[in-house]
Design a protein around this ligand. Structure first.
Ligand code: FEO
Length: 387
């Protein structure tokens, strides 16, 4: 894909539809795009490179967009290899090109590129500093921890374009026409979820700018009603739920815990729960489960006991939630145990380490299979979670 965002700014990024797992962990059924842009003014600036996997295609896009011109600057917003993968290649082709980045990003360069002399090849920029390209200036804003510490964003006040690094990105290659929000939400909570406070600071910083186009490092260029996207980012980074429904996540070995999860879903429905989503943590995508945990205001976790602990798919899920700063939700616990139930204790201990969770005190215990005698406790849990 090669298209103009404005007459002076061109998209030169690439789609990757062959990658099995993004960051070696996230499924990407519709691939991913690594975005890169070119600004053609009196001076020419490349805005980030792409993953090394897609070097050839990106180089072709860059050369075509340059149309014989020589780039002066490579602006590096983020040093993660899915964007910075071709820095060494570009430096070797253009001996006068300078890297423009934060001091922290410049310090990281030798970590990723050995045996390259960066002396005299970099320009470190600070908060609000400007770089003139001729008829326009680029202004830089520090955005530490929007995803990594060295991140910055860039504003072009002439074309009113904001280059936002990973912020506002989504899974999904640009060759797929799909809804922004669901894959942007799964992307946000799994990539940036831990960094709500830095994302809030970033949103505050850009709030006074007149922006027409948001150019992230993944996913589509956003134009039109930008409030729509910014409002989602505001909600997500404040850790506010989007739905009053209940998310039920279960980890079941032989089906007894699964049957219990389905039963409580039935009771919740009878009790008027607005929306219920159930996930099998052994089989369903864990990044979607993380997204759903944040999406809903209430969650019930149900797991089998295992080796005096909790069945590992649940352990893994709760560990993910802890990493992503899961907080401010109402949570109920169901455990299953055939001889010495331990899952409830472990889940509660893990949940207690998360911030501002309202954990329902009484854990429902099932012995191997759900029986009519368990219904009273499940009904009490359903009442408590919906309160
Ligand atoms: Fe797309 Fe944090 O890199």
């Amino acid at each position: 894909m090669n298209k103009n965002i404005t007459p002076s700014i061109k998209y030169i990024g690439v789609d990757d539809t062959m990658l099995d797992l993004f960051e070696s962990q996230y499924i990407i059924p519709n691939g991913i795009s690594y975005n890169s842009y070119l600004i053609l003014d009196k001076k020419v600036a490349i805005m980030d490179t792409v993953d090394r996997r897609m070097c050839d295609e990106w180089w072709t896009n860059l050369r075509n967009a340059l149309n014989g011109r020589i780039p002066d600057y490579l602006v590096v917003h983020h040093m993660e290899p899915d964007h910075a993968g071709n820095i060494a290649m570009v430096l070797s082709i253009y001996p006068n090109l300078k890297i423009v980045a934060t001091t922290k990003a410049i310090a990281m360069l030798p970590q990723f590129f050995e045996n390259i002399d960066f002396n005299g090849r970099t320009i470190a920029v600070n908060e609000y500093e400007k770089l003139s390209l001729g008829s326009r200036s680029l202004q830089f804003f520090m955005a530490p921890m929007v995803h990594w510490p060295e991140v910055m964003i860039t504003y072009d006040s002439t074309d009113k374009v904001m280059f936002t690094a990973d912020a506002f990105g989504k899974f999904g290659a640009l060759c797929y026409d799909e809804d922004w929000v669901s894959e942007a939400r799964r992307y946000y909570f799994n990539i940036c979820g831990k960094y709500g406070i830095p994302v809030q600071a970033f949103l505050k910083k850009i709030s006074s700018l007149n922006i027409k186009h948001i150019c992230p490092l993944h996913g589509p260029i956003l134009s039109g009603n930008l409030e729509y996207y910014i409002n989602f980012y505001d909600t997500w980074s404040k850790y506010e739920a989007e739905s009053d429904g209940v998310f039920i996540a279960y980890a079941s070995i032989h089906g007894g815990t699964k049957a219990t999860a389905l039963k409580i879903a039935e009771i919740l429905k009878e009790n008027g729960a607005k929306k219920i989503v159930i996930t099998d943590l052994s089989r369903d995508d864990i990044s979607k489960a993380v997204e759903n945990a944040f999406y809903f205001s209430r969650m019930i976790v149900a797991a089998s006991s295992y080796d005096g602990d909790v069945f590992p798919p649940m352990y893994d899920f709760l560990h993910h939630l802890k990493l992503k700063a899961y907080q401010r939700r109402r949570v109920g616990i169901i455990e299953n145990g055939s001889w010495a139930p331990s899952a409830g204790r472990v889940m509660k201990e893990m949940l207690c380490k998360m911030k501002e969770l309202n954990i329902i005190n009484s854990i429902v215990t099932i012995r191997s299979t759900i029986k009519e005698g368990d219904y009273t406790a499940l009904k009490a849990l359903a009442d408590a979670i919906l309160k």
